[in-house]
Ligand binder design. Structure first.
Ligand code: NI
Length: 183
């Protein structure tokens, strides 16, 4: 069953997520529902807060055709999708950054360029509670940084340039109004 998506203006998106103590069936059911929600919205990542929950977890599923660099090479050929990240953290990153367009299911129809590290190392527990490490590049590294931001209450709107924020201010105001009306 897919869940309603919390959009910008919903206060849950500004909360700091809480560590998952026990990776149990409730967490696995939540992960399944988050996948259904994300696929329905045609996203590649979704954090628990976006469905109104405060568990420290997010999911990512990047199709193979999206996992390519500018010169057409696969960025993360050995990473099996989809991924569930529970209690994730970035343990290391390369100095290289990449500016690229980002969207977010909590900001429908809004896209902005955001600077992210090009490569990161992450640690997390998987859906069975087993500790995992992952080296990620390109879009996968970007998605991990975007979703991790959600868990700290940081949103796309906080990462875009001032100029872009001003340019989008009408759209953003309308979105907040719509969100508040529906709460
Ligand atoms: Ni997002």
């Amino acid at each position: 069953m897919s869940l309603p998506i919390c959009t910008y203006g919903n206060p849950v998106l500004r909360q700091k997520a809480v560590e998952v103590k026990d990776v149990n069936d409730d967490i696995r059911v939540l992960a399944i529902e988050m996948f259904e929600t994300m696929y329905k919205g045609k996203g590649v990542g979704l954090a628990a807060e976006q469905v109104g929950r405060t568990e420290r977890m997010f999911i990512i599923d990047i199709p193979a055709e999206g996992d390519v660099s500018d010169d057409g090479e696969r960025e993360n050929p050995d990473v099996e999708m989809p991924l569930v990240f529970i209690n994730p953290k970035i343990t290391n990153h390369a100095e290289d950054v990449q500016v690229g367009p980002e969207g977010c299911l909590s900001f429908p129809e809004i896209f902005a360029n955001v600077e992210r590290w090009y490569e990161v190392d992450a640690e997390y527990a998987d859906r069975d509670g087993v500790p995992q490490t992952l080296h990620a590049k390109g879009l996968l590294a970007r998605a991990i940084q975007h979703e991790l931001d959600h868990l700290d209450g940081i949103l796309l709107v906080d990462r875009m340039s001032h100029v872009k924020k001003v340019a989008l201010s009408g759209k953003l105001k309308r979105l907040v109004k719509q969100t508040k009306k529906a709460l």
